[in-house]
Design a protein. Structure first.
Length: 172
């Protein structure tokens, strides 16, 4: 059995992280851990505070580690906006000896604003334009090798590259 892989999808609310993660999971047998779904379970009236996010991601990181140890490959669909947030993922992957792939998802602000305005109460994410603007102030560049994808255009080429890289790894 090939070693599991962790794909960490990063981006602001409304940029298309869940869309991208779903399309990727259609091509690879990976479990999606969606921070919005987990946040909604843990915090039904989410305020996106630091304390709330700390508790959420502590649980997410424990779940990631457990699943990877069991040989389950994962797509983490979460904002992961700062290197501090991503450091936990780096250390988990290094400690367990699993491949970590980073994907930065983005879209033009006018597209994001339309997407966020079009969300209904059934949406897993409770983030709105105000949350987007607040979080946009915290974004840090990804310092490691990563893929970048604009979900307002064709995401196929990036999906192809990621699938090829993972497939190549499995053949070694």
């Amino acid at each position: 059995m090939a070693a599991p892989t962790l794909v960490a999808v990063s981006g602001l609310p409304g940029t298309g992280k869940s869309y991208f993660s779903q399309r990727l999971s259609e091509r690879l047998p990976f479990v999606i851990l969606e921070s919005d779904a987990l946040r909604r379970v843990l915090f039904p009236a989410s305020v996106y505070s630091r304390q709330e996010s700390f508790r959420l991601f502590k649980a997410v990181h424990q779940l990631i580690e457990r699943l990877l140890k069991e040989g389950v490959s994962i797509i983490l669909d979460a904002t992961n906006l700062t290197e501090g947030n991503r450091e936990y993922l780096y250390s988990i992957a290094e400690r367990l000896g699993v491949k970590l792939m980073l994907v930065r998802v983005e879209a033009p602000p006018e597209v994001v604003r339309q997407r966020l305005a079009g969300r209904d109460s059934a949406s897993l994410s409770q983030a709105d334009w105000a949350v987007y603007e607040k979080l946009a102030l915290t974004v840090e560049d990804i310092k490691r090798r990563h893929y970048a994808v604009d979900t307002s255009s064709d995401i196929g080429p990036v999906l192809d590259k990621i699938v090829a890289e993972i497939s190549k790894q499995g053949k070694k």
